[in-house]
Design a protein around this ligand. Structure first.
Ligand code: S3P
Length: 434
């Protein structure tokens, strides 16, 4: 299906609503639930295509699950050693998280498996997980470190790994392999990355120690089934934080959003730009901090985005490029070369899209300088990148003419209800399928 969005200039965004479940936490709840003893019940699960790919992979390895229905999934855990050899390649679709975390789980199994993905995922670097997993004793064949990955499960040894890139997917893959390894496995990160794996492992009764920037666990333990409530995804909330911040008169209340400090870079960066964002009803749900987030329109200023905030907002740069284009002064983004290996090359694709709407963007290897101007209407290619499609949908709200966004079907990977929710908030968005 070829899906386009057409967004007409509109007025204030208003309303209060929850955003869908956190994608990272949803993947991890399926993985740990499948590998745990007894039953795990998940509420608030994101029913996006990425998470459905992880569910299908575990079903193909003999794990029985009921659902997901309305965010509820019941997983009959098979224990760490209960997975069965899959008879088909495991299709991770568009999901880097599924492929990297599964490779950690599969490296130590007593069977062989193959991980495949769509054309975007086949271009993404897997060497970053193959290297530490191979050092643990894994046997994983690939061509040039790209999917498909052919994994021959092997006994693993613990590893102390110093990650060269700040990547929660790499950290999680190594820790998951560490569950199967002899001895202790530790991962040291060069900058803080999302810590949902560590939190959830603890929630499943598995000891994970943390000292400064190093997380460690011992192999040979066991996971105990849990009830998990998945908080709303701050990475999905980000598009509404953007839309309300740039559209005069807007006032939104986003309910039950996860505000884990390893994920709140978007709030910090937008606030530094002058955004009006307030957190209320702070609480903790299932080991994760959660809040309701109120966001109102406020004129934005350009800033130099501090590089230390980049990993804490790594998925939010499509939204931040649009915020920068709508600010009063230029914004500089640096230290963000990881954006080039996401679902698309997000620096190049955002720069091209903004230029199509009349904004000057100077592209750099690790970021960009964005000089704001009034957005005009035009056609933008999202290159099948869900977050780029949603970011430009919000830009359409404040453009002087209609904005047409190409190749939007992958919005369903992380936020299947986006068009309906955006319309409910006031966006004049039409979905065109051909
Ligand atoms: C994720 C980690 C991040 C992020 C991705 C989800 C995770 O990727 O961009 O959307 O769930 O661990 P990297 O580990 O490549 O930074």
């Amino acid at each position: 299906m070829i899906t386009r969005y057409l967004v007409k200039p509109g007025n204030a965004l208003k309303g209060r609503f929850p955003v869908p479940g956190d994608k990272s936490i949803s993947h991890r709840s399926v993985i740990l639930g499948a590998l745990a003893e007894n039953v795990t019940e998940v509420e608030g699960l994101l029913e996006g295509e990425d998470v459905l790919a992880t569910i299908a992979a575990f079903r193909a390895m003999g794990v029985q699950m009921e659902g997901p229905v309305n965010g509820y999934l019941r997983i009959h855990g098979v224990g760490l050693h209960g997975l069965k050899a899959p008879q088909v390649p495991l299709d991770c679709g568009n999901s880097g998280t599924a492929m990297r975390l599964l490779s950690g789980v599969l490296a130590g199994q007593a069977f062989a498996s193959t991980l495949v993905g769509d054309s975007s995922l086949q271009k993404r670097p897997m060497g970053r997980v193959l290297k530490p997993l191979t050092a643990m004793g894994a046997d994983i064949q690939s061509q040039d470190g790209k999917a498909p990955l052919h994994i021959h499960g092997k006994p693993l040894q613990g590893l102390h790994y110093e990650m060269p890139v700040a990547s929660a997917q790499v950290k999680s893959a190594v820790l998951l392999a560490g569950l199967y390894a002899r001895g202790k496995t530790c991962v040291t990160e060069p900058a803080p990355t999302r810590d949902h794996s560590e939190r959830m492992l603890k929630g499943f009764g598995y000891a994970v120690s943390r000292q400064e920037n190093r997380a460690c666990l011992e192999g040979g333990g066991q996971l105990t089934g849990q009830r998990i409530q998945v908080p709303g995804d701050i990475s999905s909330a980000a598009f509404f934080l953007l839309g309300a911040s740039i559209t005069p008169g807007s006032d939104l209340l986003l309910e039950g959003v996860g505000i884990n400090p390893t994920r709140t870079g978007i709030i910090e960066i937008l606030t530094r730009m002058g955004a009006r964002i307030d957190l209320t009803a702070l609480r903790e749900i299932g080991g994760e901090p959660v809040a309701d987030i109120r966001v109102r329109y406020a004129p934005l200023q350009g800033i130099e985005v501090p590089p230390h905030l980049v990993p804490l907002a790594i998925d939010e740069f499509p939204a931040l490029f649009i915020a920068a284009a709508c600010a009063k002064t230029p914004t500089t983004i640096s230290g963000a070369e990881e954006l080039r290996v996401k679902e698309s090359d997000r620096i190049a694709v955002m720069a091209a899209g903004l230029r199509a709407l009349g904004v000057a963007v100077e592209e750099q290897p690790d970021g960009a300088v964005i000089t704001p101007s009034t957005l005009c209407g035009g056609q933008v290619d999202s290159h099948g990148d869900h977050r780029i499609a949603m970011a430009f949908a919000m830009a359409g709200q404040v453009a002087s003419g209609d904005v047409e966004i190409l190749d939007c079907a992958n919005v369903a990977t992380s936020f299947p209800g986006f068009p309906a929710l955006a319309r409910q908030a006031g966006l004049r968005l039409e979905v065109l399928n051909a």
